[in-house]
Ligand binder design. Structure first.
Ligand code: ADP
Length: 382
């Protein structure tokens, strides 16, 4: 029950208990000492008359002599003792009550900023997460708590914004092929008789848009499945990269882009399929966003602890101000060009998730001969 009380009440109860213990102890000691003192004073008043001829200044004479009876306290002395006891009990109660009231008042004052903070937090909703709370100038724990709360709401707000951008972009991407399909069907329905060419044209539009939709859905699924357990296989990077180069060689030939691979035997831990997918996406982008007669150069460097895979191209490059955005889902630097090539803007976002899942990191810089350089760092198996 004590733990369920508000802090203010808890502090007051604790202070009352503490004051009660101290005051009772003090009152007992005071009463005991006062009793001894009163007995001595009573004895001092009786003794000079009883012990005649002895040195009345001697302190020894005040000690109870064996042959002298303990003097019975006078009525006034008895009354004074009772009054003292009563007064000390009254003061004890006054101190406890006063202390309790004072503690309740002071703790209320001390906890006021916490109350204010609490009511501000209660007013927070998804809609005003971006507003920051004023940090008190007190430089105490409450200021620290407000600061931490502001940081937390900033992060939450970023996550919410990203989430809503993601949903809006996903809806938009899904709507476009569906709208194309609907228009084509509407136009087709207006005529009752169709030629074989018209049927063929309709089927080819259907094929293209359905392909686009299924790629988009599988990319979205890849993104959501990224939280699954990571298989810890030993992966030979050289084999993976050679497979990627051979698989993409026909697209490279079509675009007149040359692929170069420079890799020694080296192994990393992880999921072969995921790592294949990540590296494939980057090499494919290097070809897609390249110029006719361009190059994609894949180099693997190793040191004692890590493996660095560099994928450089001589393509159109990525402007500096766009580099931080390209890993965001659905982000495309040149939207029409990317769409033309069947891109959804999800590729690099999936790549980043895969690399992070492998405890690695990915960096994008400019290639010295124009174009882009992606640098992926992974932990190495010794
Ligand atoms: P997309 O499916 O559109 O290729 P990605 O997520 O793979 O999506 O890439 C995001 C955007 O980053 C692309 O639309 C493109 O504008 C840019 N980009 C990616 N790789 C390269 C590259 N090698 N050279 C130039 N631009 C690139």
């Amino acid at each position: 029950m004590f733990k369920k009380m508000p802090i203010r009440l808890r502090l007051t109860v604790m202070m009352i208990i503490l004051l009660t213990i101290c005051c009772i102890g003090l009152t007992l000691i005071l009463n005991f000492s006062a009793g001894i003192m009163a007995t001595k004073i009573d004895a001092a008043a009786v003794l000079p008359a009883q012990v005649d001829g002895e040195d009345s200044n001697s302190m020894d004479s005040l000690q109870t002599p064996p042959d002298v009876m303990m003097p019975t306290p006078s009525e006034e002395s008895q009354q004074a003792r009772t009054d003292f006891k009563m007064n000390s009990i009254v003061y004890l109660l006054l101190v406890i009550v006063g202390g309790g009231v004072l503690t309740y008042y002071v703790s209320g004052k001390v906890l006021k900023p916490l109350d204010t903070l609490n009511s501000q937090i209660k007013n927070r909703t998804v809609h005003n997460l971006s507003e920051t709370m004023d940090i008190p100038s007190t430089n105490d724990e409450i200021a620290e708590l407000t600061q931490s709360f502001n940081e937390m709401t900033d992060k939450l707000n970023d996550a919410f914004m990203m989430q809503s951008r993601f949903s809006a972009n996903a809806a938009h991407e899904l709507r476009t092929p569906l709208a194309v399909l609907k228009t084509k069907v509407d136009v087709f329905k207006k005529k009752h008789i169709h030629s074989t060419e018209e049927y063929d044209a309709l089927i080819s539009v259907f094929e293209k848009q359905i392909q686009r939709l299924s790629e988009l859905v599988s990319s979205l699924l890849d993104m959501t499945n990224m939280n699954d357990e990571l298989a810890n296989e030993t992966i030979c990077l050289k084999d993976v990269l050679e497979d990627i180069v051979s698989e993409l060689s026909h697209i490279a030939v079509e675009k007149d882009v040359k692929l170069y691979l420079d890799c020694n035997e080296c192994v990393v831990y992880g999921n072969t399929d995921l790592l294949y997918q990540a590296l494939y996406n980057i090499v494919e982008n290097g070809i897609k966003y390249n110029i006719v007669g361009g190059m994609v150069i894949i180099t693997v460097k190793t040191d004692k602890k890590q493996v660095i895979v560099e994928i450089k191209d001589t393509g159109i490059g990525i402007p500096d101000e766009e580099k931080k955005n390209i890993f965001e889902p659905f982000y495309r630097v040149d939207k029409s060009r990317s769409r033309e090539m069947g891109g959804s803007g999800l590729g690099l976002s999936i790549v980043q998730s895969i690399i992070h899942k492998h405890n690695g990191h990915i960096l994008v810089t400019d290639h010295e001969n124009g174009g882009t350089c992606f640098e992926i760092t992974l932990g190495k198996i010794k």
